[in-house]
Design a protein around this ligand. Structure first.
Ligand code: SF4
Length: 125
């Protein structure tokens, strides 16, 4: 729910990217329901096996921890309904926590760094 705000069309394969683009387009128009665990984004991911992320040995647990942290930072709970673009406005206050815990070691950091808003948030650190 944090990382997707910096999405610009990158992903694991064409199917995943197509699904994610569709979700991102819809999220700008519709109310988003906060989910934890494998969600609509994960559904089309090559690493989702039997409802678990199998991208590495510890991936599923690590992602669950990330989800818990993201929810705590954003003050949200599973099932909450939010406006996606309003969530984006709230990111600036929680970004330092997120960045230093996750972004610094993230394999997708270079793609996020292409996003203007991400660059802006980094400058405020
Ligand atoms: S660098 Fe990684 S952890 Fe940070 S916002 Fe981007 S995808 Fe998420």
């Amino acid at each position: 729910m944090i990382c997707l705000h910096f999405f610009h069309g990158e992903g694991y394969d064409k199917t995943f990217i197509k699904n994610l683009k569709k979700i991102m387009d819809l999220s700008k128009k519709e109310i988003v329901t906060i989910a934890s665990g494998a969600d609509d984004v994960c559904k089309k991911c090559i690493y989702l096996k039997k409802g678990r992320c199998e991208s590495s040995d510890n991936a599923d647990k690590a992602i669950q921890k990330m989800d818990i942290k993201a929810l705590a930072l954003m003050g949200l709970s599973e099932g909450d309904k939010v406006k996606w673009l309003e969530m984006k406005d709230d990111l600036s206050s929680i970004f330092p926590d997120w960045y230093f815990q996750y972004c610094t070691e993230c394999e997708w950091k270079k793609t996020c760094e292409r996003d203007d808003y991400f660059k802006q948030l980094i400058q405020q650190l």
